[in-house]
Write a protein that binds this ligand. Structure first.
Ligand SMILES: [Zn+2]
Length: 387
């Protein structure tokens, strides 16, 4: 028997009390985690203090993660629209303020799927992915004097970082297009695209893949899917060679009808690219990578069509279903009532500690829909006016 396992059993008197100890022991990391005080042993000289107080923090490291999708704000010459493709800058600022107030912690989308980055979310905070599609002009604009326009998306994100410091790191994923009928050049200021792409990469933001030409992928075969994904990696890397380019956002959220090609989105059969995940459009909150219902090929993002983000936010902040970090990078903390949803293939293969009561009976239910979700706006995947 492993000596550590033996010591745990001895600690518990080798009796039924052992069953009251929730611990995880892995030979490779040689650690175990006590999550609850155990009668008779809690005051022993052994390390019986829990690493984190999951119940106090209400930690849930397989809870839902909001990933929000934006396009433009106050885009000159562009109408505001019901799909949220161009919203008021004030609305964007309001959303970010709501997130900050609720203890949401902005992340590049890719970082949510890198265990050490997700595990680095501060204790008690909820990760939120901020994503921006199409490399539109209002996302990143330089003024004539060479400074970043404080009223473009990057300018506003920078101001939130200045205001909130560590609680609001520089983060945001910019899903770029090298070529599209909508976008003459990434971020629309010809001649500055290289400078902008490199600036994002150098300053902690994510520059990533929205396909080569923003074409509908619905009818595509594997070779066409491959070209759409690879074409963007190839051309954006000409602008920013160190861009990670390992997350993909499906144009219009319209996936190929042939599901067998979805794997080609994630992994190039010719070995030129790999994506951690592919994102949808106009959905709801997403499953955490440690939830067994998580599918990296199709990850939800929340749209910002009129009032929609506000409705999802109101529902989520009351739901008790959000991801909340335990602040401990070495373990995942999960309410016992969620234990049926813990993935056996969770990222990083981290040990899990449970707290609280088990649910009498948990059934795998479909993901809840947003309260007050309005179907008035037709899914843009069906009737796209713009990317
Ligand atoms: Zn798009």
């Amino acid at each position: 028997m492993n000596p550590k396992r033996l010591s745990v059993l001895l600690l518990a008197g080798g009796t039924a009390a052992a069953g009251a100890i929730a611990f995880s022991l892995r030979a490779q990391d040689r650690r175990f985690y006590l999550t609850e005080p155990v009668a008779g042993v809690a005051h022993a000289q052994t390390p019986a203090t829990p690493a984190v107080d999951g119940a106090k923090l209400k930690a849930n490291e397989i809870g839902r993660i909001p990933i929000v999708m934006y396009h433009s704000i106050d885009e000159p010459g562009t109408k505001y629209d019901a799909h949220g493709l161009n919203i008021h800058g004030e609305t964007f600022r309001k959303h970010l303020t709501m997130m900050a107030k609720a203890g949401w912690y902005p992340m590049n989308a890719r970082d949510i799927y890198i265990p050490e980055k997700l595990q680095a979310v501060p204790a008690g905070m909820t990760p939120v992915g901020l994503t921006f599609d199409d490399a539109r002009g209002s996302q990143f604009r330089y003024k004539k004097d060479g400074t970043i326009d404080p009223n473009c998306i990057v300018g506003i994100l920078e101001s939130f970082h200045k205001k909130y410091g560590e609680k609001w790191p520089r983060a945001g994923t910019f899903f770029a297009l090298p070529k599209s009928s909508y976008n003459p050049t990434p971020f629309w200021q010809a001649g500055l695209e290289k400078k902008k792409c490199q600036w994002l990469v150098d300053n902690g933001y994510e520059l990533s893949n929205h396909s080569f030409a923003h074409k509908f992928m619905t009818p595509m075969n594997a070779a066409q899917v491959r070209e759409a994904v690879w074409g963007c990696v190839r051309d954006i890397r000409k602008l920013a060679p160190s861009a990670t380019m390992d997350t993909f956002c499906v144009p219009y959220g319209a996936y190929p009808k042939d599901k067998s090609t979805w794997d080609v989105i994630l992994k190039d059969p010719q070995g030129q690219y790999k994506n951690l995940v592919a994102f949808k459009a106009w959905g709801d909150e997403s499953y955490a990578p440690g939830d067994k219902r998580f599918d990296p090929r199709i990850v939800d993002r929340i749209g910002v069509d009129n009032g929609y983000f506000e409705a999802v936010y109101a529902r989520l902040t009351k739901s008790g279903k959000l991801y909340v970090s335990d602040g401990d990078p070495a373990t995942m903390t999960v309410p016992r009532s969620w234990q049926d949803y813990v993935s056996a293939h969770r990222p990083g293969d981290l040990p899990v500690t449970f707290y609280g009561e088990a649910k009498p009976k948990t059934t795998a239910k479909a993901k809840p829909k947003a309260a007050g979700k309005k179907k008035a706006a037709a899914p843009v995947a069906k009737k796209p006016k713009q990317p």
